[in-house]
Design a protein. Structure first.
Length: 251
């Protein structure tokens, strides 16, 4: 069994690689940082290959797919984990950074899901795990672009999962929506979470285990599950007000 993980050089992606290797899966790890990927490979017990790619670039996304097909013909599981955030007033945050975020958090997931899902459907097997966030279920003032990208991943994954279900296919689409996780994401996004986050090791293990069990929407922690329920019943305007207060404390 072979798994491709994007954003594998640190955080949840790195710890998913460690856990899946421990469980006996061969791996293809994708990230921009070659040194970190090589260091990670030294730890892993199973066959591991790396692909250096900047997934904010459409051509690089297609390169990843073509490299996988050329080297291995197929994979069994795709984990779309690469992504980053940015905190601040929308009128003040950097446009180029936001466009790169949209390309990484949305376009890369869209492209890789499309290409690998077509192959999975043809052979009638395979799993895709898209890493979103609890942020995808609510408005996010002061992190407007990031929350919006995760909302796309939530609805995108739910929609194609229903399409696949109606085909009675053995392919499955899974969605991981954690709350705060202690990773380098916090430094990149320039935030400090108001509530204690999970370790990336716990988040990675939880996501992988639930995916392998067949869980479609994976949300760790009682508080985060409750947040999703509240987001369904509280008016959007009220939720936006509370999200603003919460985000303001992060900056």
């Amino acid at each position: 069994m072979r798994v491709l993980i994007t954003g594998a050089s640190s955080g949840i992606g790195r710890d998913m690689a460690r856990y899946l290797s421990h469980k006996g899966y061969d791996l293809i790890l994708v990230a921009r940082n070659k040194e970190k990927l090589l260091d990670l490979c030294k730890e892993l017990k199973t066959q591991t290959d790396i692909i250096i790619a900047d997934l904010s670039n459409k051509d690089e996304c297609e390169k990843v797919y073509n490299e996988v097909v050329k080297r291995y013909n197929e994979i069994d599981i795709l984990i779309n984990n690469a992504g980053f955030g940015l905190c601040g007033e929308f009128v003040e945050t950097d446009l180029e950074t936001e466009l790169s975020m949209i390309d990484t958090n949305i376009k890369a997931v869209h492209i890789l899901t499309k290409l690998f899902l077509q192959d999975f459907v043809k052979k009638d097997k395979g799993k895709i795990l898209n890493v979103a966030s609890i942020a995808g279920f609510m408005p996010g003032p002061l992190m407007a672009t990031y929350y919006s990208t995760k909302a796309y991943i939530v609805r995108f994954s739910q929609a194609i999962s229903e399409e696949i279900r109606r085909k009675k296919s053995n392919v499955s689409i899974h969605l991981f929506c954690p709350g705060p996780v202690n990773t380098n994401f916090n430094n990149v996004a320039n935030v400090k979470f108001a509530i204690k986050g999970f370790s990336s090791e716990y988040a990675a293990k939880y996501a992988v285990d639930r995916m392998l069990e067949g869980k479609k929407i994976i949300i760790p922690g009682i508080k985060i599950k409750a947040t999703r329920i509240l987001a369904k019943i509280i008016p959007d305007k009220v939720m936006a007000f509370f999200c603003y207060k919460m985000q303001k404390r992060k900056i």
